[in-house]
Unconditional design. Structure first.
Length: 192
């Protein structure tokens, strides 16, 4: 088997419970989120050679600390979630009468976020961070990151071709992958 690469989506935050667009907001895990991650720790055994990379946002750092208490994750700013601009930390009810939001929905989520990060720029940032990290180590890697980050990387590098949104995970879920070649990934298992 090739090198093992795991992706874990952070635990639940208060904003996640309220169905908010939590992107650049630096929100930590809520009590429910901490409990969920503790309960899912059996899904994520740790090997001695493994390296943990995480987004620098609190929800990812806290998730990594709960899952891997003896390991200090390496933080990489390229792994941050998308900045949702005018939609940041709002939910669909608060945005229901917003014409820009309706246009974004009508685009199937492909338009750039008004006042935020562009969709393609976000995906490129995430995949560049992934490539940079792979070039700097030959160890197995676990990424503790955001749903959007995982979707961006797997959308580009999974051998199984699926749409961007088809890679969505719930909080605390993950994917176990095998590195095939320089950057390509064979998804072996969904961890939920």
């Amino acid at each position: 088997m090739g090198r093992s690469i795991r992706f874990i989506r952070h635990g639940i935050t208060a904003g996640n419970l309220e169905k908010r667009y939590v992107g650049s907001t630096d929100e930590g895990l809520c009590e429910t989120g901490k409990q969920l991650i503790s309960e899912k720790s059996y899904l994520y055994p740790f090997s001695e050679r493994e390296i943990i990379y995480a987004s620098p946002l609190r929800r990812c750092k806290e998730t990594a600390e709960i899952l891997f208490p003896a390991i200090r994750p390496i933080l990489h700013k390229g792994l941050r979630e998308c900045n949702f601009g005018e939609f940041e930390y709002k939910n669909y009810l608060e945005l229901a009468d917003n014409a820009k939001y309706q246009a974004w929905i009508d685009s199937g989520g492909t338009m750039d976020f008004p006042g935020g990060e562009g969709n393609e720029a976000f995906k490129e940032r995430c995949t560049k961070a992934y490539e940079e990290i792979l070039l700097n180590t030959d160890s197995p890697i676990t990424f503790v990151v955001h749903g959007g980050t995982i979707m961006a990387i797997l959308n580009k590098y999974s051998l199984e071709k699926k749409g961007y949104f088809d890679w969505q995970l719930k909080n605390g879920e993950g994917y176990l992958c095998e590195l095939v070649g320089e950057y390509s990934l064979k998804v072996l298992q969904k961890l939920s």
